[in-house]
Design a binder for this molecule. Sequence first.
Ligand code: CP
Ligand code: NVA
Length: 312
Amino acid sequence: MTQAPRHFVDLWKLEASDLRAILDDARARKAARLGWPKGQPDADKPAEHRTLAMIFEKHSTRTRFSFDAAMRQLGGDVIISNAADMQLGRGEPIEDTARVLSRMVDAIMVRANVHEDLERLAMNATVPVINGLSDKGHPCQIMADLLTIEEHRGPLRGKTIAWVGDGNNVCASFIHAAPKLGYTLRIAAPAIYHPDLVDLARAAEQQGHVETTHDPREAVEGAHAVITDTWVSMGDTDHDDRIDALEAYQVDETLMDLADPQAVFLHCLPAHRGEEVTDAVIDGPQSVILDEAENRIHAQKSILAWCFGKVG
Ligand code: CP
Ligand code: NVA
């Protein structure tokens, strides 16, 4: 019997042990290649002779480059296309795209406008499908963020992570992973841009520690990591309403002073300095945004290795 492919689409569907195995593998792989040229493959080349297709419906810098670099370091190869350049962009069914690409490549990464499209792709693909961001989540980003927090602050279990601002797709993946990895997530968001209630209910069912408030100070008090993201995500059309509603959620030095003195600041980037975060914080001593960006490569290598059955 053929085994079902290991999709990396929604963190809430994955086993805690798999997330732990991915983070541990990422940490070990990163340590093992310290100081190596970025293009040199890892000694074990777990993706040798494998090809990853990458499809983008939205803009990307980090996801595009880090997945490409990750596959090279794993000894594999990539094929990249914007969805608009594919027949997908002219209305070819997602189901046919999934079946055809499954005959040509070993895994498919998609950055999608609509999460349900990603799910349809995964349902019809016979190779692993990876969520490279949708309107409902950004799981690869969160794995890099969690790796970064562990590097700087030690084990996640028992730590408090504060999310300040829009309860968006990135926030959703932090909610999804909370029950699996044992951190407390405190979310400060305005009522209008509150995190998804289904995500919150599911986290509660899975015994996750996720708290919500409208007060950024309450969320940040004593936190080990403070995280924010753009107030206007790709695809959002209510720019002015968002800026008005989120003005009180800017991460500045006064807010950071309420966190644990060793707290780290993270932002998935791209950032809008002067909106969700001040220059002083994002370019200041507590900011670990460049480690976070680099860790996209390390985390995704282990996600890919997990998809290929080499981890977990
Ligand atoms: N953080 C992130 O996913 O960045 P890109 O949009 O540049 O891929
Ligand atoms: N929330 C942002 C993340 C970008 C990486 C967006 O979806 O545009």
